[in-house]
Each structure stands twice: as C-alpha cells, then as structure tokens.
Design a protein around this ligand. Structure first.
Ligand code: NAD
Ligand code: TDX
Length: 336
C-alpha cells in the first residue's frame, strides 16, 4: 500500500495522462501533481485546462533529461509514467524517437526513482504480448510471454523489462500496468476512433485497414485512470496488472457504430492498405486487478461512451481542426 501526496506524472499533456490528471484532480483532493511533458506533436497543454493551479505544476521538458528529472524527483514521493511515443504507424515510419523516449526515457526515470526512493508506476500496453488468433479462446494474462510485433510495442516491452530489473536488482517499489486500447476525449486524431469521427465531421470518408476484422479490446480512458490509481495505491511491489474492460470488438464493428451514430450510410468508408505486421487480436483477462484490488469499470456501455466521445469532438473542433489536414496528408502518403 502507498499513500502518495505529491506525484510526478510524465506525459500528462497527452491523451491518457491528461485524463488521469483530471481524474486525480476530481477524486483525490489532497494530491498535488507535477507534470513533466515535452509537448511533442501529441502533447497539448490545453488538455490540462480546468485543473486548479494550486493542484498542478506544469514543467515542459524531456524525460531523457536526467538533471531535470532528478530535480523534479527530489520534490515528490511517486512517479506515474505515461510519457511515450505511442502510435504504431509512426513507429513503422520512424522508430528512432520510440527507442529514445520509451527506452532511454524510462531508464532515466527509473534511475531517479532509485536515487530518491520513490514509488514508481509504469504505464504499459497489452501490445507487449503480441497478438492472438481470432478463433483463439485465450485472453492475455500476467503470465503470457512477451512477443511484441511492432517497433512501438517492442520499445514498450523493453521499458517493462527495465522496470522489472530495477525492482529485482535495486528493490525499487515499482508496479506495471498493461492496458488495452483506450477511447474517450482528447485522444490524438491520428488514432483509429478519433480519426474516423473527425473525418466524418470534415466530410472525409473513414479509412479501414486490411479486412477490418482485427480485434481491439476497448476501455474508456476514465476506467483506465481509476485502475492506475488503484494499482498506484494498492498494488504489490514488483507486480504486473492487466487492465481491460471486456470490450473486444473488431474494427469494422467499431466503425459501424460510429457511422450509425453520426447518421452515415453503413458503407460510407474506404478500405485502405493494411498496416505492416498488423496485430490480429488483443484481449485482456483483468481478473487479477478485479480480485486483488476490487477495481470495476464504470463505462460499461461502449455505444454510450462512443456517443459521448463523438459529442466531445463535435463540440471541441478548435482542439483538432488545425491538425486534421496534416494528419490526413501523412496517411495519404503511406496509402492509408
Ligand atoms: P499520447 O501520444 O497521446 O501522449 C504522449 C505524451 O507524452 C504527449 O503529451 C507527449 O508530449 C509526451 N512525450 C512524448 N515524448 C516525451 C518525452 N521524451 N519527454 C516528455 N514527454 C514526452 O499517448 P497516450 O495514448 O496518452 O498513451 C500514454 C501511455 O499509455 C503510453 O505510455 C502508452 O504506451 C500507454 N498506452 C496507451 C494506450 C492507448 O490506447 N492509447 C493503451 C495502453 C497503453
Ligand atoms: O485509420 C485507421 N484505420 C484502421 O483500420 C487507423 C488509424 C487504425 N486502424 C486500425 C488499426 C488497428 O487495428 O484500427 C485499430 C486501432 O488502431 P490504433 O488506434 O492505431 O491503435 P493500436 O495500433 O491498436 O494501438 C493503440 O492501443 C494500444 C494505441 O495507439 C497504443 O498506444 C496502445 O499501446
């Protein structure tokens, strides 16, 4: 058990980290947050708007900057590490920033946690386990062997290995969570769900990779936040927890829900080139998290969560409109 009152959150100008910071602001009134974020193309300081100034200090900087990280670590009692290069398609086009941020950045934070004896929670992904066949009854568990497929997932797997080694060798009080695909407000429009929503809002036809039958296990980002808090405060040192909300759906099904909710014809989309090495199916067995920490998701209706997400992109056009053209131009260059 830990009871952190001052936490350093990395990557909280991005999608999941910002939603976590809002969750903490709302649910944990005694906790003060320091956010370290480099504001890459994926970071947006406005994502933290609305959190009272006394609750959160924003520092623009790189998690690979050991001096900066050391200074911030000396002022907190825990690190929650979200910062990463997070998009598979980008990692295929240019893996270099993924190796740097995801591997070297995690190493830099672990060294600071070791020096200052901090609680450390590492945010990872189900993609470290590779993929499952569509007809396989199995789901990923904490015991599933690592078998990452993409440059992105292999750097996340590497960062998980560093965390495990720093726990075993140096005894740092670390936990890891591997979560499934998140959806919700403030997700970058390069990702599947917001790309399709913002395309429809812009009069562009949605794009489906390959045969559209790849399965992802969707969880609302607010449920991810509550699970991370449960693990940060109640998780056992050295343990891994899988986070998922029984949300398996193939991409065609997800797109169909979006098309219907937005008043489009069921076939109003284009099939495009598949992603090289495209993982077929992810599926999480979250039993350990539920059993040990009593966590339960609150967003149990995917259709409702998606409708709220569509409404968010509709009423926050200034958040995404300026970047839409460039994102689509980049995809067009790779035939997607
Ligand atoms: P995101 O791309 O939206 O945000 C990443 C944030 O990290 C951005 O604000 C960016 O500016 C910051 N960042 C990148 N490089 C940095 C550096 N060198 N120093 C400091 N800050 C840096 O990502 P996301 O989708 O919110 O993912 C957050 C975390 O959750 C990642 O670790 C990702 O692997 C993990 N995850 C994501 C999903 C998902 O569905 N998106 C699922 C499971 C796990
Ligand atoms: O336009 C698209 N059309 C399409 O069919 C895009 C952008 C994606 N896809 C497919 C590819 C995947 O099967 O949709 C699925 C989801 O794609 P992404 O949103 O790129 O997510 P994914 O590759 O599954 O990875 C996500 O979940 C795990 C996050 O981006 C990762 O950070 C996280 O670790």
């Amino acid at each position: 058990m830990s009871d952190p009152k001052n936490i350093l959150i990395t990557g909280a100008a991005g999608f999941i980290g910002s939603n976590f910071a809002h969750w903490v602001a709302e649910h944990e009134p005694d906790v003060r947050m320091v956010v370290l974020d480099a504001l890459t193309y994926a970071g947006n300081k406005d994502n933290l708007a609305g959190i009272p100034e006394g609750r959160l200090e924003f520092v623009c900087g790189d998690i690979c900057d050991a001096l900066l990280v050391d200074g911030l670590a000396s002022r907190v009692d825990a690190i929650v590490h979200f910062a990463a290069e997070s998009h598979n398609d980008n990692s295929i086009a240019d893996p270099a920033p993924f190796v740097r941020t995801n591997v070297q950045g995690t190493y830099t934070l672990l060294e600071a946690a070791r020096k200052h004896d901090l609680r450390f929670h590492h945010i990872s992904t189900d993609e470290v386990y590779g993929d499952l066949a569509l007809d396989d009854p199995a789901r990923f568990t904490e015991e599933t062997p690592y078998r990452p497929s993409s440059p992105y997932s292999s750097t996340k797997a590497s960062s998980d290995m560093l965390v495990r080694a720093w726990h075993r060798t140096y005894g740092i009080d670390a936990t890891i969570s591997n979560c499934s695909n998140n959806y919700g407000p403030r997700q970058h429009i390069e990702k599947f769900i917001p790309r399709q929503i913002t395309s429809i809002l812009s009069g562009i036809r949605p794009k489906l990779y390959g045969d559209g039958l790849n399965v992802r296990d969707w969880i609302h980002t607010e449920d991810h936040s509550s699970a991370v808090w449960a693990i940060l405060t109640g998780g056992r040192a050295g343990e891994t927890y899988l986070i998922g909300a029984d949300g398996e759906r193939n991409n065609l099904e997800v797109l169909s829900v979006i098309l219907e909710a937005m008043g489009q014809a069921p076939d109003a989309f284009d099939w495009v080139r598949d992603r090289p090495g495209h993982d077929r199916r992810y599926a999480i067995d979250p039993s350990k998290l539920r059993r040990e920490l009593g966590w339960e998701p609150i967003h149990t209706s995917f259709a409702e969560g998606l409708a709220e997400t569509i409404a968010w992109y509709d009423s926050n056009r200034s958040w995404w409109q300026a970047s839409k053209e460039a994102v689509e131009a980049k995809y067009a260059r790779s035939g997607q």
